[in-house]
Design a protein around this ligand. Structure first.
Ligand code: FAD
Length: 461
């Protein structure tokens, strides 16, 4: 055998698996067909977060007028912005290359297909391995009638290249990707509409949190059309005429650019997996808790296994697969935080109120509005909330949902609390520094017991 562990794909899942396998002394290779670092580093998490930071700066500059600082009308140099964003991506992907090299992982560039259960073909090279970890990720879903042309109708990759600011921008899909780009284009000056098929944006989020984010988007003038379907489009000289269907009624919307962000599909087919006996279901590769497929020496991790399609889930699964492949008793058994990096951010971990009820819990809910937070006021923030869900009988924290500044960082405390089996009382008893946004978590836990200090207590069950 050429290698003890061979990883297909170098995204967050793949490079974590390869590095950990090498750290555990395994002779390891990683195959990549397109870009080292995968979707997250090249066309996903990192470049979107860079643009969202710019959007935040633009909004802050405008907002500063309300407390006496006028920076004037911002001028955005799109070429410079692109160069900066690409620079961030290059630095990080270059970093992953050096990390692979530093850990003595052989990087094999090319497209991998399985020839037999232990042989992977890359171009004209056959590579054999004792264990194989599949980390091939996912790609955008297209919708019929809205085929992307890379210019006027784009997917997330196309939307990342802001060569001009469209006057009218439409996002089809009101989840993380659609909302993050809506935030970016609106801050750059586009008139933005979001169309979502379900009756609320971010359908996987807690309803109160999603509503709060929606309120904030609408307040700044972003139009959100829920329970609405984009039916078809026609390109005209004046723009793109989109037909929408809402409550049985049809209406037309004319825009200049459309982002299709209705979800992503796993890349589990076309690799030869099924041919060597690995089960593939609608493109996903099912695994057990050790990340093994039904063929025990072939593992799968990340977007190709199952939702949620998130980078940190892929990373953790990569570590589990590598450790198990190296003979350790590793298993994946953790809760997954989720963050929408808009301004304000929406972050959550654990169960939504509805999920807790559906699971048979008698729930205890505490909400703390950021309007009552001194720290939020000093930051000029008047919207947002922290909502905690606890179990009435055991007082265990079941879920945390937040809309507000740095919610994505705040969610780490809640994830730790749930992992450690913390009760709402444990959170109330933990002294939080004042004034901080983090105090809102403590006060939400207190509110769940009707004991918050900075808000009138409405106990909800
Ligand atoms: C616009 C956008 C923003 C996002 N923002 C966030 C965020 O902020 N936070 C978050 O957690 N997640 C985010 N995500 C999701 C995140 O990018 C993915 O969950 C993550 O990249 C999945 O990692 P992965 O290792 O499973 O696969 P990928 O990152 O998809 O990597 C798979 C790699 O495998 C390679 N490959 C595929 N087939 C083969 C083959 N046959 N041979 C060789 N190589 C192959 C591909 O070229 C690719 O490089 C975002 C996604 C998008 C699109």
């Amino acid at each position: 055998m050429d290698y003890e562990v061979l990883v297909i794909g170098s995204g967050p899942g793949g490079y974590h698996a390869a590095i950990r396998a090498a750290q555990l002394g395994k002779k390891t290779a990683c195959v990549e067909q397109e870009y080292v670092g995968g979707v997250c580093l090249n066309v996903g998490c990192i470049p979107t977060k860079a643009l969202l930071h710019v959007a935040e700066d633009l909004r802050e500059a405008k907002h500063a007028k309300s407390y006496g600082i006028d920076f004037g009308e911002p001028k955005v140099d799109l070429k410079k912005l692109e160069a900066w964003k690409s620079g961030v991506v290059q630095k990080l992907t270059g970093g992953v290359r050096s990390l692979l090299k530093g850990n003595k992982v052989d990087l094999i560039e090319g497209r991998a297909t399985l020839k037999d259960p232990h042989t992977v073909q890359v171009g004209d090279r056959s590579v054999t391995a004792e264990k194989i970890i599949v980390a091939t990720g996912s790609e955008p879903i297209e919708i019929p009638g809205f085929e992307t042309d890379g210019e006027r109708i784009v997917n997330s990759t196309g939307a990342l290249l802001v060569s001009e600011v469209p006057k009218r921008f439409l996002a089809i899909g009101g989840s993380a990707i659609g909302l993050e780009f809506s935030d970016i284009y609106h801050a750059l000056g586009s008139d933005v509409t979001v169309v979502e098929l379900m009756d609320e944006i971010v359908p996987t989020a807690d309803r109160d949190a999603a509503k709060e984010l929606r309120k904030s988007f609408e307040k700044r003038g972003i139009k959100i059309l829920t329970s609405t379907k984009a039916l078809n489009q026609k390109k005209t000289a004046d723009g793109i005429e989109v037909t929408l269907e809402r409550g049985g009624e049809r209406e037309t919307l004319v825009v200049d650019k459309i982002l299709v962000a209705v979800g992503r599909k796993p890349r589990g087919t076309g690799l030869g997996l099924e041919e060597v006996g690995v089960t593939v279901e609608r493109g996903f590769v099912p695994t057990n808790a050790h990340m093994q497929t039904n063929v025990p020496h072939i593992y799968a991790i990340g977007d190709v296994t199952k939702p949620p399609l998130l980078a940190h889930k892929a990373m953790k699964e990569g570590i589990v697969a590598a450790e198990h492949a190296a003979g350790k008793p590793a298993a994946y058994d953790t809760i997954v935080p989720a963050v929408v990096y808009t301004s304000p951010e929406l972050a959550s971990v654990g169960m939504t109120e509805q999920e807790a009820k559906d699971a048979g819990h008698k729930v205890r809910v505490g909400v703390f509005p950021l309007a009552a937070s001194g720290r939020a006021m000093t930051l000029g923030v008047s919207e947002g909330l922290v909502k905690v869900i606890g179990d009435e009988e055991t007082d265990l924290l079941l879920g945390f949902h937040m809309v507000g500044p740095a919610a994505g960082d705040m969610v780490a405390e809640a994830a730790l609390a749930i992992e450690m089996g913390a009760t709402l009382e444990d959170i109330s008893l933990t002294q939080h520094a004042h004034p901080t946004i983090a105090e809102s978590f403590m006060e939400a836990a207190e509110a769940a017991h009707g004991m918050a200090i900075h808000v009138a207590n409405k106990r909800r069950r």
